[in-house]
Design a protein around this ligand. Structure first.
Ligand code: SF4
Length: 199
């Protein structure tokens, strides 16, 4: 039976991107080898040492809550074979959002929504350009804007496109705002959870 290394799980609000503001149950899986300098979940990087849980156990956490939307995040969740977990959540009637850098191939059973957040220093698997619902690029330096544009042009799935200023770079908002005004196909993503103090 499939089981997954769970770092933490909690019912909160999605803070970023297209579904920002929506109540969501978060499932954070262990393991990430991408190494973003701005990562705010570095504690999730180890692949080993977490307690593994089956989809049925994970459902038993969600069922007592009013959650209708589940976010599978990490770490980099696609390090794990997510198909059985996604299928079990969907069979429960839950809307399943996957947050991924795209470094590894998409799950064999697709979720309802893929938030694709490619990283410049780790080229994504090309399959995400076909299946992403949402493209979210973190802007860490002015040259990232051009790279974000390249990524958007590669996407054939016509995703909703977000630029997210890197939270630890004080100038990032000043680069992103005028760029969005000049290129209104992009939207602004802020990490709302940081502002309102929720996980
Ligand atoms: S891909 Fe996500 S979890 Fe991994 S280092 Fe980057 S921000 Fe952190």
């Amino acid at each position: 039976m499939s089981s997954y290394p769970i770092v933490e799980h909690f019912y909160s609000l999605q803070g970023e991107g297209y579904w920002a503001g929506r109540a969501a149950y978060f499932i954070r899986l262990g393991g990430c080898d991408i190494g973003c300098s701005w990562c705010d979940t570095q504690y999730s990087w180890p692949l080993e040492g977490w307690k593994n849980h089956t989809p049925e156990t994970i459902l038993s956490w969600i069922r007592p809550t009013p959650a209708r939307h589940v976010v599978i995040t990490g770490g980099e969740p696609t390090l794990h074979p997510l198909g059985p977990l996604i299928r079990a959540l969907q069979e429960e009637g839950l809307f399943v959002q996957l947050e991924t850098s795209g470094a590894y191939p998409p799950p064999e059973h697709l979720p309802d929504w893929i938030t694709f957040s490619p990283k410049r220093f780790r080229p994504p698997h090309p399959a995400y350009y076909e299946v992403a619902h949402e493209l979210k690029v973190v802007i860490h330096a002015p040259s990232d804007l051009q790279w974000a544009e390249t990524q958007r042009n590669l996407c054939k799935s016509n995703p909703v496109a977000f630029l997210q200023p890197e939270a630890y770079e004080p100038n990032a908002l000043n680069w992103v705002l005028p760029y969005i005004q000049e290129n209104p196909i992009w939207r602004l993503s802020l990490q709302l959870h940081r502002y309102i103090g929720i996980p």
